[in-house]
Design a protein around this ligand. Structure first.
Ligand SMILES: N[C@@H](CCC(=O)N[C@@H](CS)C(=O)NCC(=O)O)C(=O)O
Length: 205
């Protein structure tokens, strides 16, 4: 059985859950409770020495890093999450990385908590999250075409990064009212079965 070590609110895990659902695979979630520190327990550090989720066990492999995992599923399960043309692939990867490589690490739990603690309470969790997520999403908004998807007329790696980030933005009260292109994409996926099945509210926790 394919096993995903994940956490319901983890946006990196959410990306992988969407890809697993798009692939129509049977898989099971093994929750790693990040609030309790289970990611630092020896058994999880053995799975991923970085002490992070997600970790995917599939095809006799143990994979880490959500973008690498999604690309593995894309290649082995023919998901077509990257366009055929190099320019399209560069654009999709640029949007995906603007979220997964630029926004996500700054807003990771351990980073945000450290900032809050070291500031002696001057910085709040909400303040930290809003300071980084809102402006970064505005930048993504300006690069979007205004269609139903981040790129072209079908789901891509960029959508797998954007939708979980929007869940996270909502969690921290980031105002998306000035981002109509992003809201249009959110509406596209609100009823997509794979995205719905992967939603944190549908996940074990
Ligand atoms: N670049 C990694 C990031 C993984 C990551 O930061 N995971 C977060 C949850 S979204 C985590 O495990 N945080 C635990 C911690 O900070 O202690 C990926 O895309 O898989």
């Amino acid at each position: 059985m394919i096993q995903l070590f994940d956490y319901w609110r983890s946006t990196a895990s959410y990306r992988v859950r969407i890809a697993l659902e798009l692939a129509g695979l049977e898989w099971r979630s093994v929750p790693v409770n990040l609030i309790d520190g289970a990611q630092r327990a020896p058994e999880h550090l053995e799975r991923n020495p970085q002490g992070l989720v997600p970790v995917l066990e599939i095809d006799g492999l143990r994979l880490t890093q959500s973008l690498a995992i999604v690309e593995y599923l894309n290649e082995t399960r023919a998901l077509r999450l990257l366009p055929a043309d190099p320019a399209g692939r560069a654009r999709v990867r640029a949007i995906a990385q603007a979220i997964a490589v630029d926004i996500h690490p700054v807003c990771n739990l351990r980073v945000a908590r450290h900032a809050v603690t070291e500031s002696g309470g001057v910085i709040t969790m909400e303040g930290w999250m809003r300071a980084f997520i809102g402006p970064a999403l505005e930048a993504v908004e300006t690069t979007l075409e205004g269609g139903d998807y981040c790129h072209g007329a079908s789901v891509s790696l960029a959508d797998l990064c954007l939708v979980p980030q929007l869940y996270n933005a909502d969690r921290w009260g980031v105002d998306l009212s000035a981002m109509p292109k992003i809201r249009r994409i959110a509406a596209t996926f609100a009823h997509n079965p794979a995205f719905v099945a992967a939603h944190p509210d549908r996940t074990l926790h």
